[in-house]
Design a protein around this ligand. Sequence first.
Ligand SMILES: [Fe+2]
Length: 513
Amino acid sequence: MGSVHRVFHDSAPRPPERLRFLGRETEITISSADDPVKPDKTSEGHSYLWKYRAAFSVLRTCFRARLHKHQSLCYIRIPKVGAGCSERASLALIGRVTPVRGSSLQMTKKVPTILLRVGMYVTQLDRPWIETPFLFRRFEIKTQQQIAQIQEYCHHVFIDTERGIDIDIADVPASDGGSLPENIPPNSPSQTSANGQSTVSFEEEIQQALEVRSKTKQVVEHMMEDARIGNSIDSAEAREAVEGIMDSITRNREALICLTQLKNRDEYTSIHSMNVSILCIAFARHLGLKEEQIRAIGVGALLHDLGKMRVPMEILNKPGRLTPEEFEIMKGHVTLGADFLKNTPGISPRSFRVLLEHHERYKGGGYPKGLHEDQISLVGQLAAIVDVYDAITSDRVYHNHLHPHDAIKRMYEWSEKDFNRALLEKFIRCVGIYPMGSLVEINGTDIGFILSSNATSALKPDVLLVMDTQKNRHAKPSKISLTETDGSRKKDKWTITKVLDAVEEGIQIDSFL
Ligand SMILES: [Fe+2]
């Protein structure tokens, strides 16, 4: 059986769990001792010890709440069964353990639909099946398209982690999230301009959006240079750039949002500031905030990291992780930025709150003040979400980007501590489950960019098909809608078959516009 060095690090002993094992109900005890344990073979039963790599995945399925990644060894006792089993045979047997109905290890788990993955087995919805288009009352998720359809109808579902894959996080939050701050309008519009409609098409807007992006980038770079050498900035330039963004988003929000997926590692800080402003404006409009509020949020977002220009360049551009001391200095960029701008006319208090609170975290783990929940303004909460989203979807010297689709999932996992979950959910609705500008494979044959959330079916976006999967460019990009059905059979004509990484694939949207 091998020598034993360590078992679980839990402090309290656990009662045995009732399970079905070898076709009959029995009890399994997971050791909670922190002392070395010798495998035994007594009249009481057998104890088995398996090394992490061999048994972890099987045991994690059975005892997921009890196992943690840092544990390299685990120890279980199986009384009065399995006598004479070799280690290998026992490992095979434990794979067949099933929970007894009512056991705390029963494999049904409530999962927010934002965290669904292909391979999960859905057993129950948060609404009657009859209100949904699903033919089967239990099914394994086979495609991303199915996930999108479930997300369209449900906020959460129940999955059977024995019949399908488990959720990939340690704890699924029990609640459905906090409430929105009071100053978010209850019936906020879900779409773009003041009346909720784009006034021009994506194709008509995209060239103007590219110009807005180019001008805004210049303004940000100019302000950063001023800040770096200690000159005061002209806030009128920032306000003008924000007007340009707001106008573009009013005409057609998708165009400019798609362009936030154009990244450049070497110009991270300026592009990030611009992207945060674009996404904050789009998000604030999605929430139905007033024009004046949106304008202030946009200006604050454009300036939110200006204090980084006052941080020593060797720390700002350090390749690799910062030391704790260097990180403390880096954290100072918030107050450095506020100090630098405090005498600059034309910057509203609301804009300052964006800057001051964009690193505060919902449960108090942020900086500089460690504010929590309602102590953080709506604009601060909003900016924090957007700032993290753009940062983790960008390449940095110390980390590689996440695909936008994965980024929103990851942020949802973090939202217990870091974000107002209700607000995060609205952000996800705003940018889309498949965020605008991200790359996907369609029907296994074509590659395209997500263009928009369809007005009638937010989770069936429009897609700009640009090439086939062999990377042969189409003569002309063509726009399709995932809401289209295949005539007589009423089947979806288009399906997202894979989420692709635009950077890894070397496919950038601007080369097709
Ligand atoms: Fe920052």
